[in-house]
Design a protein around this ligand. Sequence first.
Ligand code: PLP
Length: 384
Amino acid sequence: MPLARPSVRSLGASRIRELMNAGLGRADVLPFWVGEPDEPTPGFIRQAGMDAIAAGDVFYTHNLGIPELREALARYVSRLHRPVDAERIAVTSAGVNALMLVSQLLLDPGDRVVEVVPLWPNLQEIPRILGAHVETVPLSFARSGWTLDTDRLIEALAPGTRALYLNSPNNPTGWTVTREDQAAILAHCRRHCIWIFADDAYERLYFDGGVAPSFLDLAEDGDRVVSTNTFSKSWLMTGWRLGWVVVPASLTADLGKLIEYNTSCAPVFVQRAGVVAVEQGEPVIARTVERFRAARDFLVAGLNATPGIEAALPRGAMYAFFRVDGVDDSLAFCKRLVAGAGLGLAPGSAFGPHGEGFVRWCFASGLERLGDGLERLRRGMHLR
Ligand SMILES: Cc1ncc(COP(=O)(O)O)c(C=O)c1O
């Protein structure tokens, strides 16, 4: 029987998908399982995409993206972090493609990769697709917040490790690396020539004020730091599939070759919409952060008022990742919630074994809908 290669065959199927399939066709399910803002892309960004199509802007672009977007992104990243030239930026087909590209750029089969978990499954599977070996360091849960044992992480980053994949603010926990820890991690990785893959997808969805700490604030010329990012969350553009990556200038030409062989370029009219989003989208981000902050506070208070549930206040991203007493099979628990209470949440085990016993709730939603969800959860808690 013809088969795919072993590292693809051994990939886990998405447990969130499995659950969604179980709820498919049921109009009465209130879904909070996918990480997606609840509002469509703002009209002025959509208009820019439509204008580009109307103008016949429908051809291939440079592999690395149109100069206007690379330059707009360079100004944006320089404003948020440290000065970055457009030559260090490549436009990608969203964040997941950015992660695959930088992984293809830097990982060989057999390479050792370290990740802080629980973690968005795609980030765990991408290095495995390429034949890398992934080791994990778990965050610790307390009602006061998720924490990282930095010494344990640094110990795991043994000499010979190829890369650290770090997503902060983290999906699913909302844990956010501190500036102090970042400096210690960077110093260690510098000493041992370990690459840092910083997934900064949620850097603007940060509730402690301003932009979340990024390795781009500390990285100097010659550092092995790449940062991947996306338009999906900050500018409510999940379906457009637009993202970018910041790499050391010495990698840009090789990255361009990889883009040629993966997607050749991001769609040009999507890139045109991206220019408008980056240049005029700050009010969108400010409004979204305030909406999500209110949603987070409401949801976490409601969860903690529910007997048998413990939730920490996430510092960033758009998820509550909470513990449910007595649940040791979160997929089965979530299936019961779908079938018995019409509530769609994501099982913690989808984010690796360290997520077992937890459930993820995307709070990118209005308060009324969240309140309805909480009612359903309270009813569903008894479905054992
Ligand atoms: C941690 C993290 N990184 C990257 C992404 C990429 O999203 P996209 O491919 O839509 O840009 C996501 C999406 O959920 C995410 O949670």
